[in-house]
Design a protein around this ligand. Structure first.
Ligand SMILES: [Zn+2]
Length: 342
């Protein structure tokens, strides 16, 4: 297990002992520079870090925008905006859901140390994490199938299970042309349980698992793209306000937390760049297909079949190819990033 063999410095222990987990605490004290720990405060038993210091540690400028509602970290290529008491940040305008809300204290804005470790470090400095995963064999999971049709739009003759399979097959072609090895959880209209899908990825010794889905909503105006990474231990998934005791369970997929965040960020970014949004952001959930993976994974929602304009476009093979192309770009960007941190 990552972290368990790392040396522990007693002095660094104090500020994070409330994390309840030796593994997480050890990993945190290893990853968080001592200068940053010096500027921590405790909020509800959580260590929080001064964002001005955090920004400087990444070599970024830090300042409040006019009106003191938004705190910005900025470098040449990256702008990260944090609101007060908000559980989402915008990284180059891409919304990323946090585990905990930011906290203002004495005119400074603070970020939960858990979010520093689970969001900022994986995306900005993934090289600080050990055991960089391989990126050769990709398991492509077409959501639903067989008796489970998923979301439907009768008026446009759309079924999620057909859309996910169509886009998955297009994605497979693109990945193989770029030198990836691809394993499909299904390549026809068959039913698979969620557990079977994760088991297939583990049996195939996948380096990456990508699950494709489409959304539906009661409101016909809901639209856009969103991508999910497995929720880290001790955190509430994005749709829940705060953690409960249930959230203290750790899943096999949590061994890949930094890489789950990195692939999800790249997939969501590429989808929005390729398809134009709306960008519903990078979110967290404990989807059954992600929990038991022995590799990094992402579940992406590629549009709302319940949205008339989207439904119309989804009937076009050219548009479905664009979706596959954008997804491919995200996976290729993740591969490039991993290769850079060899
Ligand atoms: Zn689905």
């Amino acid at each position: 297990m990552r972290g368990s063999a790392l040396p522990v410095k007693v002095g660094q222990f104090v500020s994070c002992i409330l994390f309840q987990s030796l593994a997480l605490c050890t990993a945190l004290s290893f990853c968080v520079p001592t200068a940053l720990q010096a500027r921590q405060i405790q909020v509800d038993g959580q260590p929080y870090m001064d964002l001005a210091i955090v920004g400087k540690s990444f070599g970024m400028q830090t300042y409040w925008l006019k009106g003191y509602k938004t705190f910005r970290l900025r470098s040449q290529w990256t702008t990260i905006d944090f609101g007060k008491n908000r559980r989402v940040l915008e990284l180059n305008e891409l919304p990323i859901y946090l585990g905990f809300p930011t906290v203002e204290s004495n005119g400074q804005l603070f970020l939960a140390a858990a979010d520093y470790k689970q969001v900022l470090q994986p995306i900005l400095t993934p090289q600080v994490f050990r055991s960089r995963p391989a990126i050769q064999r990709v398991v492509v999971d077409a959501g639903h199938g067989g008796k489970d049709s998923g979301a439907r739009n009768e008026a446009y003759g759309l079924m999620e299970k057909n859309l996910t399979l169509d886009v998955s097959l297009r994605l497979k072609g693109l990945l193989e042309r770029a030198g990836f090895e691809v394993v499909m959880t299904r390549d026809s209209d068959v039913y698979l349980s969620l557990q079977q899908r994760a088991q297939m990825a583990n049996r195939a010794q996948a380096d990456l698992f990508v699950s494709l889905h489409f959304n539906a909503a009661g409101s016909s105006t809901a639209s856009g793209l969103e991508s999910f990474a497995l929720t880290p231990q001790y955190q509430a998934s994005s749709k829940y306000p705060r953690p409960t005791t249930r959230d203290s369970k750790r899943y096999p997929g949590n061994d890949y937390d930094p890489w789950n965040a990195l692939i999800t960020y790249h997939v969501e970014r590429a989808l929005v760049q390729g398809l134009g949004g709306p960008d519903r952001g990078m979110k967290r959930a404990r989807w059954a297909v992600l929990k038991d993976l022995n590799c990094p994974g992402v579940l992406t929602e590629l549009g709302f079949v319940s949205h008339a304009n989207t439904a119309k476009k989804l009937r076009s093979p050219a548009f479905r190819q664009e979706i596959a192309q954008s997804l491919f770009e995200g996976i290729a960007a993740y591969r490039k990033r991993l290769q850079r941190i060899q």
